[in-house]
Design a protein around this ligand. Structure first.
Ligand code: ADP
Ligand code: MG
Length: 279
């Protein structure tokens, strides 16, 4: 399990995280959501011990990031946002290379490789240069890399970024399959998939947790829950800055935003025409 406690992070003067607290329980798939710049990647880099926080802590099982980073790394498979791969390596050579780095014993290596190649559907791509693969296939290689040492936990940072709709279905299906056996924390903007697949949702906005709940619980705060999507909730919490306790008390969500915009556009046009500044 992952326990994130009061995590704060400054980059110089920029406060990227502000007292972020949440847990990911064993076996859960947790969706880690938020607009670009909210602090998702920063949080993931801290949990995976790639970067220290300014304050606060993270515990993975009984280990914490300050004292046991090696133990934590062993327990986590991490797919960074950029999915760094060696484009001039064959897929199989790359997977062998990762197995070597992860110190998978030689006698277990074939079994692990067979397992990840099968799970991630890579059999047809083994002798291809990574650089010639489609983005969807590269994400499969990235996911395979996270699984090689059989970690309990996967941390996946926007694994669907830049994929076309077919590739998104492919990769989200794969994550759903893997998630049956692992604890998964995944950041994504594919909200309908989150609704159908994830057990819990954390929504970050400007470095703060604005929601930590299940989708069902969040939508139950609205008067007509069955018609509320995660997109609406996301929008209410991150653009309209409605607080969690006030969710659902304002019902005509998107219409309000558009009519506000239209009104202000209309106002500015009328001001301009009255002031005679145009033409
Ligand atoms: P997300 O992954 O949700 O898009 P990030 O964690 O990448 O958000 O970024 C959070 C905030 O921290 C943003 O304001 C971003 O500009 C800033 N930030 C991220 N990385 C750095 C960095 N290396 N140096 C300075 N600011 C950074
Ligand atoms: Mg990011």
């Amino acid at each position: 399990m992952i326990r994130v406690k009061e995590l704060s992070k400054f980059y110089g003067n920029v406060k990227a995280l502000d007292s972020v607290t949440f847990d990911v329980n064993n076996g859960e798939i947790l969706a880690f959501l938020g607009p670009n710049g909210a602090g998702k990647s920063t949080t993931m880099k801290i949990i995976t011990c790639f970067m220290p926080p300014t304050s606060g802590t993270v515990e993975v099982d009984d280990f914490n990031i300050y004292e046991n980073s090696f133990e934590i790394r062993k327990r986590i498979g991490y797919l960074p946002e950029t999915n760094p791969l060696y484009y001039n390596m064959y897929v199989l050579d790359y997977l062998n290379f990762v197995a070597e780095i992860r110190k998978i014993p030689k006698e277990k290596r074939k079994e692990r490789l067979d397992y990840i190649i099968d799970t991630c559907g890579l059999a047809a791509a083994l002798t291809k240069d990574i650089g010639t693969l489609s983005r969807g296939y590269r994400q499969r290689v990235g996911l395979a890399q996270t699984l090689i040492h059989d970690p309990e936990i996967l941390i996946l940072d926007e694994p669907t970024l830049g994929l076309d709709p077919n590739q998104i279905i492919d990769i989200t299906g794969l994550i759903r399959k893997i998630g049956k056996e692992k604890t998964v924390m995944v950041s994504t903007h594919i909200l309908p998939w989150v609704e159908s697949t994830c057990d819990k949702v954390v929504i970050l906005n400007h470095g703060k947790v604005v929601a930590y709940s299940s989708f069902e619980r969040l939508r139950s705060q609205y008067p007509d829950p069955q018609n509320v999507t995660l997109e609406t909730i996301f929008h209410d919490l991150t653009i309209k800055n409605i607080s969690l306790s006030e969710l659902g008390k304002i019902t005509e969500t998107s219409e309000n935003v558009w009519s506000d915009k239209n009104n202000s556009a209309a106002n500015s046009v009328s001001t301009n025409s009255e002031g005679g500044e145009q033409r």
